[in-house]
Design a protein around this ligand. Structure first.
Ligand code: NAP
Length: 519
C-alpha cells in the first residue's frame, strides 16, 4: 500500500473567502437545528440507555442544551472493557491493509463535512470559527499521519544481520486501551488518541469529557460510517471520577491514553500502577497534561510582532489551550512599552458568543471554570498590577474579559498555577539569562517561545529553555501534526509526542523473531 506524502490540512480563511464564510454560516445554522437530541452509549455496536442522564450545554448561552447523554456507570464500564477484550482477538489480527483505510476513510468523511463538525464545536465548547476549523484540521491530520506511520511500522524494520539466522521485528498491538480526552480539543485530541490506538490494532473504551460528549459521539458515528467493526471503539460517556476509576483500575485494561489536567493525570498514573488480581502486565500510561507556558520578549526584537504573538497565544480560545501563553517575561528596557502596546490591543478584543463570526474570544467552558478563573484574577490583583480586563463580561454565557496582570514576582500563584483561562501574568526580567531562569521556574515544561533578533540568544534559549515545544519569533500555540510533534516535559506529561514519528510506538509492543537457517 503506497500513500502520497503527508501534508497538513489547510486552514480556512473565513475573513478572506466569502464562499468558506457562507459554508460555515450554513453549518452553524444547520447544527443549531440539531441541538438538544438524546444520545446513546455504544458497547460492542449495541446502543444502550441509562436512566441517569447528563446534559451537555452551550457555554455561550448556558440555557441551551447541546445534547442529552446517558450516564455510564461501573457496570457498563466493566462490560465495555470485556467487550473490547473480546473484539481485540479479531481486530488485533486484522491486517494493517484493512486498518489503515479505516483512518483514511475517516479523514475523508471529516473533510467532506468539515464545517458541520466545526459548528458542533462552536456550540459545545465555545470555539470561535477559526479555532473550531483548526481543531478539525488537526483531527484530519492525525488520521492521515497515523495511517502513514502505521504503514511504516508494519514494514520491514532494520536489524543487524546475524550469519546463519533469519530475523525480523514486528510491532504488535497492546490490548484494550482506555482513551480519556479533555474538552479543549474535543475532536482533534480525542481523534488522535483513538485513531492511534485502533490503527495499531488495539481496541478502545472511549470516555469523552463530560463537557464535550456530543462532538465525541459525532466522531464515533464517523468511525462507524467509515466501516469500523462493532466494539473496536466503545463509547462510554460518564463522570470521570466514577467511570474513569473503574476503567483505569480494571485488570484487563492494558493501557490508558489520557490528556487533561496534572491532577487527574497523576491520579490515573497512581491507580494504574496498582496491580490488581487478574492483571498480568504493567499498565502503560500515556499522559499529556497541563502547562504554564511562557513567552520571553527580548529587548532586541520587533515589539509589535511580539505583542501580537503574546496576544494570540494568551487569548486564542480564551486561553484554554494547554499550549497557551500564561506568562510573558519581558526584558526591562522594553517592559513599559510592551505593556502599553499590549493593553491597547487587548482592549480591542471582542468577547461574545462563539456562533458570531466577529467574536475573537468566546466563553470559557463551564460555571466551575468561570468561577475559578475569576478567583485567580482576584488573587492576581493582590499579587500584581491589573493592566487590562479583570472581570466577567455580562451575558448569557461564561464570558470573561481578557486579563493582563503585570509586575508579578516569578513565584506568584498566578505565575505558577495553571489557570486555563484568559489571564496573562507579566513578569519583568533584568537580563536574558534571568528571563530564561524565570521561564524554567515552573513544574511544567510544555511550550515556550522567545522573541529576539539576536542569534546568540536564540542559541542559548535553544539549549536552556526546558520545554517540549520551543518556538522562536512566533506564537507558542498552533503546533502542526508532522511538523511540530507535540508534548511536554516534567509535570506536562509522560514526554510523548503526539503527531510525531515516535507516537505510535507508545501503542505497540515489539516482538523480535529469530530463526536459525543452517539447522
Ligand atoms: P481534566 O479535568 O483533567 O479532565 C480530562 C479527562 O479526564 C475528562 O475526560 C475527565 O472526565 C476525565 N477524568 C476526570 N477525573 C477522572 C478520573 N478520576 N479518572 C479518569 N478520568 C477522569 O482536564 P480538562 O479540564 O478536560 O482539560 C484541561 C486540561 O487538559 C488542562 O490542564 C490542559 O493543560 C490539559 N491539556 C493538555 C494537553 C497536552 O497535550 N499536554 C492538551 C490539551 C489539554 P469528566 O469530564 O467526566 O470529568
Amino acid at each position: 500500500m503506497q500513500l502520497a506524502d503527508f501534508t497538513n490540512e489547510p486552514l480556512s480563511n473565513f475573513k478572506g473567502n466569502l464562499e468558506l464564510f457562507r459554508l460555515m454560516q450554513e453549518a452553524v445554522a444547520q447544527v443549531g437545528t440539531e441541538l438538544g437530541r438524546e444520545y446513546d452509549l455504544v458497547i460492542g455496536g449495541e446502543r444502550l440507555q441509562t436512566r441517569d442522564k447528563f446534559l451537555s450545554i452551550n457555554p455561550s448561552q448556558k440555557d441551551q442544551v447541546v445534547g442529552v447523554f446517558s450516564k455510564g456507570n461501573a457496570e457498563l464500564a466493566n462490560r465495555a472493557i470485556q467487550t473490547a477484550e473480546q473484539v481485540f482477538k479479531s481486530w488485533s489480527r486484522t491486517p494493517v491493509e484493512q486498518r489503515v483505510p479505516l483512518l483514511l476513510k475517516t479523514a475523508e468523511i471529516l473533510r467532506r463535512r468539515k464545517y458541520y463538525y466545526a459548528a458542533w464545536m462552536v456550540y459545545e465548547v465555545g470555539k470561535t470559527w477559526p479555532e473550531a476549523d483548526a481543531d478539525i484540521a488537526e483531527a484530519i491530520d492525525f488520521a492521515e499521519f497515523y495511517a502513514r506511520e502505521m504503514l511504516r511500522l508494519a514494514g520491514p524494520q532494520p536489524l543487524t544481520p546475524i550469519p546463519g539466522e533469519r530475523n525480523y521485528l514486528e510491532y504488535l498491538p497492546l490490548g484494550v486501551g482506555v482513551v480519556i480526552p479533555p474538552w479543549n480539543f474535543p475532536l482533534a485530541i480525542l481523534a488522535g488518541m483513538t485513531l492511534a490506538s485502533i490503527v495499531a490494532g488495539n481496541t478502545v473504551v472511549l470516555k469523552p469529557s463530560s463537557d464535550s460528549p456530543a462532538i465525541a459521539y459525532k466522531l464515533f458515528e464517523v468511525l462507524e460510517e467509515a466501516g469500523m467493526p462493532p466494539g473496536v471503539v466503545n463509547f462510554l460517556p460518564g463522570p470521570g471520577s466514577e467511570v474513569g476509576d473503574v476503567l483505569v483500575g480494571h485488570p484487563r485494561t492494558r493501557y490508558i491514553a489520557f490528556t487533561g489536567s496534572k491532577e487527574v493525570g497523576l491520579r490515573i498514573n497512581e491507580l494504574a500502577a496498582k496491580t490488581v488480581p487478574g492483571q498480568i502486565w504493567v499498565k502503560r500510561v500515556i499522559a499529556e497534561m497541563g502547562g504554564k507556558n511562557a513567552i520571553i520578549v527580548d529587548s532586541e526584537t520587533d515589539l509589535d510582532r511580539a505583542v501580537e504573538g503574546v496576544l494570540v497565544s494568551a487569548f486564542g480560545y480564551q486561553g484554554q489551550k494547554c499550549s497557551a501563553c500564561s506568562r510573558a517575561i519581558v526584558l526591562e528596557p522594553i517592559y513599559e512599552a510592551f505593556l502599553e502596546k499590549l493593553k491597547q490591543r487587548v482592549e480591542q478584543i471582542k468577547v461574545g458568543p462563539a456562533t458570531e463570526p466577529e467574536s475573537y474570544m468566546g466563553p470559557v467552558i463551564n460555571a466551575r471554570s468561570h468561577q475559578s478563573i475569576l478567583e485567580y484574577i482576584k488573587i492576581g490583583r493582590q499579587e500584581g498590577r491589573l493592566v487590562a480586563g479583570g472581570d466577567a463580561v455580562p451575558g448569557p454565557g461564561f464570558y470573561i474579559q481578557p486579563t493582563v496582570i503585570a509586575d508579578l514576582p516569578p513565584q506568584a500563584r498566578i505565575a505558577q498555577e495553571e489557570i486555563f483561562g484568559p489571564v496573562l501574568a507579566v513578569i519583568k526580567a533584568r537580563s536574558f539569562e534571568e528571563a530564561l531562569e524565570i521561564g524554567n521556574h515552573t513544574e511544567y515544561g510544555l511550550t515556550g517561545s522567545v522573541y529576539t533578533q539576536n542569534r546568540q540568544k536564540i542559541g542559548r534559549a535553544a539549549e536552556d529553555f526546558f520545554v517540549g515545544n520551543l518556538y522562536f519569533n512566533r506564537k507558542c500555540t498552533g503546533a502542526l501534526v508532522g511538523g511540530h510533534p507535540f508534548g511536554g516535559f516534567n509535570m506536562s506529561g509522560t514526554d510523548s509526542k503526539a503527531g510525531g514519528r515516535d507516537y505510535l510506538l507508545l501503542f505497540t509492543q515489539a516482538k523480535a523473531v529469530s530463526e536459525r537457517i543452517d539447522f
